[in-house]
Design a protein around this ligand. Sequence first.
Ligand code: KG4
Ligand code: ZN
Length: 350
Amino acid sequence: MRILGIETSCDETAAAIVQNVPHNKNRGFIISNIVQNQLKIHAEYGGVVPELASRAHITNISVVVNAALQKADITPAELDGIAVTVGPGLIGGLLVGVAVAKGMALATNKPLVGVHHMEGHLMSPFLLDDPDKTVDDDQVDFPFVALLVSGGHTLLLHARGFNDYVLLGQTKDDAVGEAFDKGARMLGLDYPGGPAIAKLALNGDNKAHKFPRILLDKNRFDFSFSGLKTSLRTHLIKNPPNEEDHKSRSDIAASYQEAIVETLTIKAINACRHTKCPRLLVAGGVGANRRLRELLVENAGDEVKVTFPNMNVCTDNGAMIALAGLHRLENGYRDGWELNARARWPLAEL
Ligand code: KG4
Ligand code: ZN
């Protein structure tokens, strides 16, 4: 099966073609994967401006979809299905993707399937760039604990099988990506804040300042990042770093990043112990954070096998949507012309 996946829920216009892998039913091979980001458009505003994002999706979508088809060297008529992100996300962008997917499905008479954005992220560690690559199938397989960390979500799930997800915990306020983005803004860094903080933190001392680790109770898997954000604000008011003083700004960035990644690490490993599940899959934009990767692997030891998606499918992309759509189609799901974009869509409703 070859599936087109379309993703327009935030500020990436993305399309990809993914094919199933005969020797492992969960995995998908990326034939093409095109992502057009809108960083330049939103940079001067310090965050994504929804109206500008929808307009950019309208401008980019046909170019991106055509590029994905051309790179894969197939025509729409040769596809086995069309998958699209239905939500959650920014409604204007979602409407563009859903309209295009419906139009293509109607024109080609191919099955249409709507995908939950976070189920897409959940499938990203199963994506392969090379179908013949030897992979440790035992390491990336159900059941697993998933730590889904993006700009809009912070979720811990027990994924017992495809479409069989038990929610263990989620954020009570800001998403972890937001904590990075808002913290970066306070430090005068550009959007997206995650990579900017990670870069500034590189030469910093992560023990220089003690920022709070919140809700660390062993048997609770919910998160809260607003207190951490406030403590950064208070710290910066009380001790304003000199713009020229790179070392002190690096120390703050490293200490702030450490508070975030340590909280995620402790909770994710506790969740594996609680569910007696020795596999942890990390996905979503924040999963690209190298310090998070390092600390998770260090704390997991021999007890838990930790897997991350390849860097090229960590942040938003069409390949993860195509793979989730491929599994949905294989499991008998189809959507009709009534398929609608959903700005809000709790994963628990899947
Ligand atoms: O999954 P994603 O591309 O989009 C959403 O679904 O939200 O995640 C975007 C988020 C942003 O908040 C961005 O700052 C964060 O992921 N991010 C990072 C890194 N790369 C992206 N956060 C920390 N470290 C990174 N290296
Ligand atoms: Zn995302």
